[in-house]
Design a protein around this ligand. Sequence first.
Ligand code: SF4
Ligand code: SF4
Length: 468
Amino acid sequence: MGKNPSELHDERLATTDSAGHRVYLYPEDVKGKWRTRRNYFYNFLIAIYLILPWINIGGKQSILLDIAKREFTIFGATFYGHDAPLLIFFFLGFVFLIGFITSIWGRIWCGWACPQTVFIDAIYSRIEKLIEGPARKRKKLDQAPWNFEKVWKKTLKWTLFILASMHIAHSFIGYFVGARELIDITLHSPSENMPLFVTTWITVLIILFDFAWFKEQFCLIACPYGRFQAVMMDENSVNVIYDYTRGEPRREKGQKKSEHADCIDCFACVKACPTGIDIRRGSQLECIACTNCIDACDDIMNHIGKPEGLIRYDTELALEGKKAKKFSVRNIVYLISLAILLIGFISQVRSVNDLDVVLLRGSKTPFKMVYKGNQKLVVNHFKLDFDYQGNEFSSVYFKIKSARDIKLVTPRNPYPIRKGMTKANVFFRFSPNSLSKGSRVIYLQILKPNGDKRIIKELEVRLVGPIK
Ligand code: SF4
Ligand code: SF4
């Protein structure tokens, strides 16, 4: 019996030939309830990604990760470089959250929320289909010699790919430098912000390479999560699964309907798979749980008058006729770890955000000149308004961040603060030579008074003086 051309090699990825070269995939389009749900969800995620940098909360961009200033604002809460313990809570929490979700719903992250899947499926594949048509036409075009049609279609497709990559990259960079600032920067000559210009274009090229060309290869050979997701799942995990109890023995050539089970061996599931696997061979590392094979097979089932769900979301135990546990030991361990991390994170965040500080220039004149012996010095006066709603400490310590030539003068240091409002005066004394063109930015740190002297706030202070 001749082998079906869609039959996969037993020991090789569908994206690799016998010489190890890449085989390009042309997954067939599918229509169905999962495809529709994913489309809605992808559009929703992309809208959030594009809109978030434009939303301000408490006067600050909703998410702003200012690496240069080591200041990270997330939905109104601002963290500083020294809040590294918070980052540990955050990243460990993220890892355990993914572990928990994977242990219950398998690779739902890959199929529904990973930027790799979302951007490729919702933007790049749509562009490709719009210009080059469905899978078979695309394959034919790639195999055809270069002619006018191929040139204009490829040119248009790659132009749109570049534009999409530029848009995605600029939105991404907007999370680090501020969306409005980025617009302002792009209206000026690149030479004024060369490092940012170069960074943005490197980001554009990485996105273009990955989403437009590398595609499923990233999931198959580069993604670390894809490698270790198998250890997070067990027979209780819900996954995209082929019901072999219903499908086997599958149809063989020339068989009558009564002689085989529900799988008619049409390969529609294989042809629709973006990573080129055959889900009927069981759960595989290459499966990104995109649900394409579910929709493809449901369509076939509808045509042959069988119930949908030969391929579906289910557990291994259910196929064996056993009841899967709602919460296995693995789920509970993930959940407890997650809860501990969440409690730690919230208590850390609360202790940081119980204190609000406003810094205002203290005198009508921005600076005064004083004499210390023969030395002429500049003094800048500032007022601090504290609003403290916590109980953890009763005083704070002031420190200037890495500017040894500036002297901080305060009535008391540590300075007592009470619950509610407290006012304080601080003075900065320095030589006029410490300024450049009459001004300079320094940072005043507000620290916990004892123990680890952890920085609670870091305030930007613009010192001014005479212009020489
Ligand atoms: S096997 Fe099905 S769910 Fe898995 S990647 Fe292929 S089409 Fe998507
Ligand atoms: S689409 Fe369904 S019927 Fe066709 S080969 Fe796949 S599992 Fe079998």
